[in-house]
Design a protein around this ligand. Structure first.
Ligand SMILES: *Cc1c(COP(=O)(O)O)cnc(C)c1O
Length: 360
């Protein structure tokens, strides 16, 4: 068996230890005589798995007691419509910060439900930075403020939390949740699709302040109402059981590693290795403003972009996969989530150095 270094933006690499544990438990989970995939979601075995996953998530993120954790489906994309449908209440508008492709999609969906005030945008410099918080123009009539705290495609990450006053701050953390500690109390809602940094595709995690549940407009679909899921411990219908189980193993792995502060240190080290090299050479460049660069998604270009396809082909031959940039930005992108070992980043930097030597 030979495993590659997988730099995919998502679904993305999982920790090898987690995959091995899932393999070992595949046919017979803890003496149950069956796989987690085959269990009733209402049986005591699976309920214990879901409860442990929630307890570990709460511990890792230090989630305050007045927040609910929901294990949903539909991806972060479903949250683009669930957020306005649940949080607008009697208001007619919401603030959105426009920092790239994912906030663009969130904005387009919100416009189906309300007036959207673009409180700040980085479109003027092709989404390569986070607009300084003191320049945001919040609408006092808005029900909430929505940010995309890590733009997976552009590689732009918030390294601070904006002050937005009384209204809830809502964050799409799909591609950096669990990469660093977060002060959950600063947010009304945090959501993330699991397949970037948490587990397999199919699970969407929502962390929501309890007072924001139950305010959906009348007529909302049952499945779109946070209240439905909060009242039934995310078991109103069949939850994505296997994805919850594997995500739970990832959470246990994070705890063994020392939690999110320890994970953050590793992520700083890994991303610095790559950025320091990118900044040291004129052969490559990274378009993102230094202070807003993502520790998870690192976009970069070869100045001579006619070398791109050769770079990608040779990288692949060296076991470095999925480095092609998103079609909307071109170039390359290395997604280096929690599960990417530091050896993967070192191997990538060595490869890039070698490629520069032979083509520079
Ligand atoms: C991947 C991603 C999404 C979309 O997630 P799905 O689970 O495919 O719906 C939304 N927002 C961000 C920031 C993402 O990285």
């Amino acid at each position: 068996m030979s495993r590659v270094f997988n730099f995919s933006a998502g679904p993305a690499a999982l920790p090898e230890e987690v995959l091995q544990q899932a393999r070992d438990e595949m046919l017979d989970w803890h003496g149950a005589g069956m796989s987690v995939m085959e269990m009733s979601h209402r049986g005591k075995e699976f309920i214990s798995i879901a409860e442990k996953a929630e307890a570990d998530l709460r511990e890792l993120l230090a989630i305050p007691g007045d927040y609910k954790v929901l294990f949903l489906q539909g991806g972060a994309t479903s949250q683009f419509s669930m957020v306005p449908q649940n949080l607008l209440a009697d208001k007619e508008s919401a603030d959105y910060v426009y920092t790239g492709q994912w906030s663009k999609k969130a904005i387009a969906e919100a416009k189906r439900f309300c007036r959207v005030n673009i409180a700040a945008s980085s479109e003027d410099r092709n989404f390569t930075y986070v607009p300084r918080f003191d320049t945001w123009r919040l609408d006092p009539a808005s029900a909430y403020v929505h940010i995309t705290s890590n733009e997976t495609i552009g590689g732009v990450e918030y390294h601070g939390v904006p002050q937005v006053g009384e209204v809830p701050l809502v964050a799409d953390m799909s591609s950096h949740m669990l990469s660093r500690p977060v002060d959950v109390s600063r947010y009304g809602v945090i959501y993330a699709g699991a397949q970037k940094n948490i587990g397999p595709a199919g699970l969407t995690i929502v962390v929501i302040r309890a007072d924001l549940i139950g305010t959906a407009r009348p007529g909302i679909a049952t499945m779109a109402d946070y209240k439905t899921h909060a009242e039934s411990d995310s078991m109103y219908n069949t939850p994505p059981t296997y994805a919850i189980y594997v995500a739970g193993l990832v959470l246990q792995w994070l705890k063994r590693l020392g939690g999110l502060a320890a994970m953050e240190k590793i992520n700083i080290t890994k991303s610095q290795l790559l950025y320091e090299y990118l900044d040291s050479t004129a052969f490559y460049d990274c378009p993102v403003s230094a202070e807003d660069r993502s520790r998870m998604n690192v976009p970069f270009r070869i100045k001579d972009d006619s070398l791109d396809s050769q770079f990608l082909a040779q990288a692949q031959q060296n076991g470095l996969l999925q480095l092609k940039g998103h079609r909307s930005v071109g170039g390359m992108r290395a997604s280096i989530y929690n599960a990417m070992p530091i050896e993967g980043v070192k191997t990538l930097v060595e490869f890039m150095r070698e490629f520069e030597r032979s083509h520079g």
